[in-house]
Design a protein around this ligand. Structure first.
Ligand code: ADP
Ligand code: YYY
Length: 229
C-alpha cells in the first residue's frame, strides 16, 4: 500500500506520516528531506543557486542515503551524516530556490523517490510525504491525503519547534508563507488532486490526525475501487 501525504509547511506532514507508518508497520519517506539534502550539497560546493544547470548536475552526482524507518530518520550526503544539518534555517531559507523550483533537480529526485517507493512495495508499503506525491510521484497511491492547517497554526507550530529566539518573526513568516508561495509555483500542493481527501489539522491533535489517516487507510484497503474517481 502507498499512502501519499501532501500539504503546506507546518501542516504536520512529517510527524503525522511517521506516526501512521509506525502504527501500520509501513516504511516512511520524507521527500522534503531529499530537496533539503540537495540544497545542503549545493551550498557546500559553493554553487550559485541561480545556476540551475550546475545545481542539477550536483543533484545527479549526489550520493544520497535516506532511511525509510519511521522511527529512525537519517540522511547522508556523499558519506556525511546531514540529518541535523538539513534542518538548519539556512537550508529552509534556500531550499525553494536551490532545489524545489529547479525542474531538473525535481526530475532527478522524483526518479529516486519512485525507485524507493517501488522497493518498499515489495515489503508491505510506504507512507510518502511531500508536495507532489499524489499528483506526480505516486498517482497510483491507494490513499491520497492533503493535510492542511491555518497559516497561524502552522507558524505557531514551527515556532514552538525551534529554540527560543532561533528565528525572528520575519524569518518564521519567510519559512512558512513565502516558501509555500514559491514552492506552489511548481508543485500544486494546495489543490487536492482527484480522489484526494483533505484533512484540516488546525483543531486536531497529532494523535487525532494519525487516527483519521489510519482509519482512511483501512477503508482504502478494504474497498480500493470505491475510492477511485
Ligand atoms: N495536529 C497537530 N497539532 C499540534 N501540533 C502538531 C500537529 N501536527 C504536527 N504538529 C507539530 O507541528 C510541528 C510541524 O510539524 P511537521 O510534521 O514538521 O510539519 P510539516 O512536515 O508539514 O512541515 C512539529 O513540531 C509537530 O510536532
Ligand atoms: N515533494 C516535495 C517535497 C518538498 N518540496 C520542497 C518544499 C519545501 O520548501 C522543501 C522542504 O520540504 P519540507 O517538507 O522539509 O519542508 P517543511 O517541513 O514543510 O518545512 O522542499 C517539494 O517541492 N516537493
Amino acid at each position: 500500500m502507498i499512502i501519499a501525504v501532501d500539504g503546506p509547511s507546518g501542516s504536520g506532514k512529517s510527524s503525522t506520516a511517521r506516526g501512521v507508518a509506525t502504527r501500520l508497520g509501513l516504511q516512511y519517506l520524507d521527500t522534503g528531506a531529499m530537496y533539503r539534502a540537495v540544497t545542503w550539497s549545493v551550498l557546500e560546493h559553493g554553487i550559485d543557486p541561480a545556476d540551475t544547470e550546475t545545481a542539477a548536475a550536483r543533484a545527479r552526482d549526489l550520493q544520497l542515503a535516506i532511511s525509510t524507518d519511521p522511527q529512525h530518520q537519517t540522511v547522508g550526503a556523499d558519506g556525511t551524516d546531514i540529518t541535523e544539518a538539513i534542518r538548519d534555517p539556512r537550508i529552509s531559507e534556500s531550499v525553494s530556490k536551490v532545489a524545489a523550483t529547479n525542474l531538473a533537480v525535481r526530475a532527478e529526485l522524483i526518479r529516486r523517490q519512485q525507485a524507493i517507493i517501488a522497493a518498499a512495495q515489495q515489503t508491505g508499503g510506504i507512507v510518502v510525504e511531500g508536495r507532489d506525491i499524489a499528483t506526480v510521484v505516486a498517482p497510483e497511491a491507494e490513499l491520497k491525503v492533503v493535510l492542511t492547517a491555518d497559516q497561524e497554526a502552522r507558524m505557531a507550530r514551527r515556532k514552538a519547534e525551534l529554540a527560543e529566539g532561533a528565528v525572528s518573526a520575519e524569518q518564521l513568516r519567510d519559512q512558512i508563507v513565502r516558501r509555500d508561495a514559491d514552492d506552489s509555483t511548481v508543485a500544486q500542493f494546495l489543490v487536492a488532486s482527484d480522489g484526494a481527501v483533505t484533512v484540516d489539522s488546525t483543531h486536531l491533535s497529532l494523535e487525532e490526525v494519525i487516527d483519521v489517516i489510519c482509519r482512511l487507510a483501512k477503508e482504502a484497503e478494504a474497498a480500493p475501487r470505491d475510492r477511485e474517481s
